[in-house]
Design a protein around this ligand. Sequence first.
Ligand SMILES: [Zn+2]
Length: 277
Amino acid sequence: MREFVSLVAPPKEQVDPAWWFVIQDDNVLVRHEPNGEAIPRVLNPLELGLTTMRQHYLGRLDGCHCYAVEVVDGSAPHRGMEFEGLRKIYGLLDDDLFSLAGKALQIIDWDRTHRFCGRCGSETRTHATERAKECVRCGLLHFPRLAPAIIVLVKREHEIMLARARRFTAAMYSTLAGFVEPGETLEEAVVREVKEESGITVKEICYFGSQPWPFPHSLMIGFTAKYASGQITLNDDENVDIGWFAPQSLPSQLPSEMSIARKLINSFLQETNSRST
Ligand SMILES: [Zn+2]
């Protein structure tokens, strides 16, 4: 993994080629290469033949400057390059460039949705030294939006709880997840979310790991928890099905390998395997 230093103020002059994370809508520009995708590394995005709009400096990746820049809708990239969704390029781009692409998308999205102050309605400008947009009239600072959400794998002996959410398009089952409410601890959010979605009470909540989820601006905070009491009841508003699943009878469609949901499920499978060998 290369070292990334997050910075706000760009260099006075860009003299070497930099990584340009070029955003159009919800997509990022990639160059097709024989063994995957690459992010363009050029001195100036104009070299890519695109008309640029808002721009933010991101920092340095192993000493090389990184920028997020938005291009106008409809401007077509050079041959061999394409605007692609983040989900599509997962696994085709280096991990560090992939996470920077997610960061670039979120920063551009935040910039375009915070052009005016939420308090007085005046225009905002980019703050010189902080990752913030500042109201030109009342000075209110608007920081990038980040919505913390808990995601939890609930275990009961050798089974796990999975649900098919109403919002899923395919017949996919996943772990339970939900946004943290103001004034709530992460642990309280886990207990509340599981109760709301399944009717059961959990105990022994353990931190698992976290994952930025730029669709569009979540931070997923993963936990495992154990069943304490109650019976599963389906909450129609959230899910079309919910139940306990043993390792040998998991649903055929699970979340993608890139998601923390899948990492939680995989860690349970590993645990089960190591117990049975
Ligand atoms: Zn204002």
